[in-house]
Design a protein. Structure first.
Length: 148
């Protein structure tokens, strides 16, 4: 076998091997992360508080919300794909009410993104999964805002 034939044969084998590896890598690419956020639900006094709201002693889970208060709830589901992702959502209080505090339930955690929240009717929050952060895992829960 001449050296040019050997080089051509080696190049062909290398090309097929690289194409095969690219095909395998492409087939193993995980799906995108999917985030679902439900529309807001208003829970008004005297309905029961869904969680213990930090900083408001009278708003405890299972007890009626105090007069003048309303809780806003939004369901969040994060189905983990190839990369970690977070949901940024706006929690808006009913007209005439402003943000007091927030919380979360289930396998979802939240953080406030706005620098100032005092006296605001609408606050931007970040929801994230607190469950195992592995591809294929789904975390579901609810983000809450307490308004007065």
């Amino acid at each position: 076998m001449s050296s040019s034939r050997l080089i051509r044969a080696t190049a062909t084998v290398a090309t097929v091997a690289v194409a095969g590896l690219c095909g395998v890598a492409g087939a193993q690419t995980p799906a995108d992360t999917t985030i679902t956020v439900s529309p807001r639900v208003v829970i008004a006094a005297p309905q029961k508080s869904p969680i213990d709201f930090p900083g408001v002693r009278s708003a405890r889970a299972g007890r009626p919300l105090p007069k003048g208060y309303a809780a806003i709830a939004r369901g969040v589901s994060i189905a983990r794909g190839g990369e970690t992702a977070f949901a940024a959502l706006r929690m808006t209080c009913p007209k005439g009410k402003t943000w007091r505090t927030g919380g979360s339930g289930g396998a979802i955690a939240f953080g406030v993104l706005d620098r100032r929240v005092a006296g605001k009717r609408s606050v931007l929050v970040l929801a994230s999964a607190v469950a195992q952060d592995v591809p294929g895992a789904t975390a579901s829960g609810t983000v809450f805002a307490l308004c007065r």
